[in-house]
Design a protein around this ligand. Sequence first.
Ligand code: GLY
Length: 344
Amino acid sequence: MQKFFAGLGLLTMIGLTGSVQAREACTYEPTVLVHGGAGDVSDAAIPNKKLGVKLAARKGFEILRYTGSVLDAVEAAVNSLEADPNFNAGYGSVLNWDGEVEMDAAIMNGADLSAGCVSLARDIINPISLARRIMESTKHRYIAGPGAMRIAEQEGFNLLPPGALITEAAIKALQDYKNSLNATQTQKGVVYGSPGTVGAVAIDACGNVAAATSTGGLTGKLPGRIGDSPILGGGTYADNESGAVSATGHGETIMRYNVVARMLALVEHGNYTAQEAAVQVLEQMTQRFNETAGIIAVDYRGQLGIYFTSNRMSWAYQRGNQVHFGVDAGEDEIEFGEPRTTDN
Ligand code: GLY
């Protein structure tokens, strides 16, 4: 396990498949960065969004501090958001056309490119933890539907009664969506934006990175629809050689444009910073497809990228004793010291 506060001058030897990668000295600033989804966040929703992302960043950072594991950190941060009904993941997930919750998630470790992905998960509050179990307990990288739920059962997940993840807000959103459709659109399966997909990226003192993304998808999606979040290189990716990224937004577009892979290619091969790459890829995607998305990223230099072409995206990160957060473009509020219990 990498130590959070490793001494200067240490070399970290990280095992890669078939090789050993020597990293620079452990001089990075450990950071946990989260998002709570890109889209049309209403003014009324902002306070709870900010509270939720700040809490998640703090929880992830605490775990990073005490376990030294970037994987533990991104899982803990996403678990926090999955338990928060103000976000579209775990409890609070949006509903498919049949009024059911079907969730996607992926987690990836940049040190060895190990990864776990799950789709069509039901009746568990933490799909990101199921993705991690798939990564660590099976020989596969991506399992969906009943097979994934069998693993959840075998791994001792708390299987909730059907419907336990459904909130009143999700029921109303589905009804509003159905009311807004005409018959032609329904047949085409047109989907409706539902901000609140969640994600986290982290870097430790030695430059090890990880990424995690979890979502209920889109309100009114067809049953069985899978978005970008669990697709490696689509909505989630981590590699110590380039960085870690979690995307949010219109999944059908993000996966077609291979947003996260494009972004990391610019970082690794084009000498872009995470921020420069995020701006370029998302602006190009939005121009080409007329759809929006958001990205959080940490690159292999430890620099952060936070960008969205949607109206808003809630995000927060903790680095040292500072927690930065925002929702609107250009916003960067800072809190210092111990966590607040209320947003004042
Ligand atoms: N970006 C989340 C989804 O489209 O499912």
